[in-house]
Write a protein that binds this ligand. Structure first.
Ligand SMILES: Nc1nc(=O)c2c([nH]1)NC[C@@H]1CN(c3ccc(C(=O)N[C@@H](CCC(=O)O)C(=O)O)cc3)CN21
Ligand SMILES: O=c1ccn([C@H]2C[C@H](O)[C@@H](COP(=O)(O)O)O2)c(=O)[nH]1
Length: 323
């Protein structure tokens, strides 16, 4: 995957040294974009071994709204342990509920975004409309002499995206967002990959994804985030009857930690290998074949349902994560 090496080289050539909260300096470049045609292969890094099983375990954890490093470990992914248990800011956060807790991170927002409506008790039409949309009344109180009603609903943004791909694919609003600014104080880490927009093309029966990442650790995070975004697009395509096509990956702060420089310099000396292919197991229904919409597979999917075919890579290497 030459594009990854080009990104690394661009950061080294044009970026500048920056301090950050981790205490490990980074060379940072503001703004970067990578685009992949998934019909040409899966965007796996080949200049070292990609921890594919671990990245897929993380994605499956997000799909299940996991909020505990123990759940990620059970899915084959250990990369959340340090953020859960070794970051002093999070350890001292009153919202952390014990060992391994991560708070309301990614999947919680993807699948259970907490939504509230505060309505006038006499506005029957608004209350009826909210209830019809699944909001439930959770409290009544009086404010300055007028009666108020508080309603709550956990919004499954990802499910809503799939429903819209099925029912209204021309919609240009098929997206989910992780940046719940009302809850940033309740997370071990505010989301890095935060905006996912699906773009179905009904003429070609193809579906594309634009992903925005506000801050990307190009040594460790990018390989995972590319894998997860592309695998998610493959899964959504399978469940809705579209072929995955363009995966466009936007980065806000693209950075290389100082501790990753030897690994990345070594990768720059290596020639990328041909891209592998992603296979999703046959038990996951293909909407195009069955004609039956089964979005519950978003939760039923297992890490073992994903495999990489023909994955060739250079010798394994790794580097420490900045906590
Ligand atoms: N500094 C930092 N970088 C990140 O990329 C990152 C965080 N923090 N915190 C939360 C998540 C966790 N993610 C991570 C964290 C570590 C690895 C990592 O160490 N990867 C190793 C292999 C790990 C394994 O085998 O499971 C690698 O060599 O790619 C990858 C993604 C992405 N995120
Ligand atoms: O999926 C992820 C999650 C995290 N990262 C990286 C990006 C940064 O290096 C850190 C987060 O630190 P902030 O100070 O909150 O930006 O983790 C990633 O690349 N991908």
């Amino acid at each position: 995957m030459q594009q990854y090496l080009d990104l690394v080289q661009t950061i080294l050539d044009s970026g500048s040294w920056q301090e950050n909260r981790t205490g490990v300096r980074s060379i940072s470049m503001p703004g970067a974009m990578l685009r992949f045609d998934l019909q040409q292969g899966f965007p796996a890094i080949t200049t070292r071994r990609l921890a594919f099983k671990s990245a897929i375990g993380e994605l499956v954890g997000f799909l299940r709204a996991s909020r505990s490093a123990a759940e990620f470990r059970a899915l084959g992914c250990k990369v959340w342990d340090q953020n859960a248990n070794e970051n002093s800011q999070w350890l001292n956060n009153p919202y952390r509920s014990g060992a391994d807790d991560l708070g309301d991170i990614y999947g919680v927002q993807w699948r259970q975004w907490p939504a509230y409506k505060l309505l006038d008790a006499n506005n029957i039409a608004q209350i009826a409309d909210a209830q019809q949309r699944g909001f439930a009344i959770i409290a009544r109180y009086t404010e300055n002499g007028s009666e108020k009603i508080l309603l709550y609903k956990a919004i499954d943004q990802l499910r809503q995206c799939l429903d819209t791909i099925i029912n209204n694919p021309a919609d240009r609003r098929i997206l989910f967002h992780g940046w719940n600014c009302a809850e940033l104080d309740q997370m071990a880490l505010p989301p890095c990959h935060l905006l996912y927009q699906f773009l179905p093309n009904t003429t070609r029966r193809e579906i594309s994804l634009c992903l925005y990442i506000r801050s990307n650790d190009v040594g460790l995070g990018t390989g995972f985030n590319l894998t997860e975004g592309a695998a998610l697009l493959h899964l959504v395509g399978r469940l809705t009857g579209y072929t995955p096509r363009w995966f466009t990956y936007f980065i806000g702060d693209a950075h290389i930690y100082e501790s990753h420089l030897p690994m990345l310099h070594e990768q720059l000396t290596r020639t990328p290998m041909p891209s592998p292919q992603l296979q999703i197991s046959e038990r996951v229904p293909d909407f195009r074949i069955t004609g039956k919409y089964e979005p519950e597979w978003l939760e039923k999917i297992e890490p073992s349902d994903f495999s990489l075919l023909n994955y060739q890579h250079h010798a394994a290497m790794t580097a420490p994560m900045a906590v």
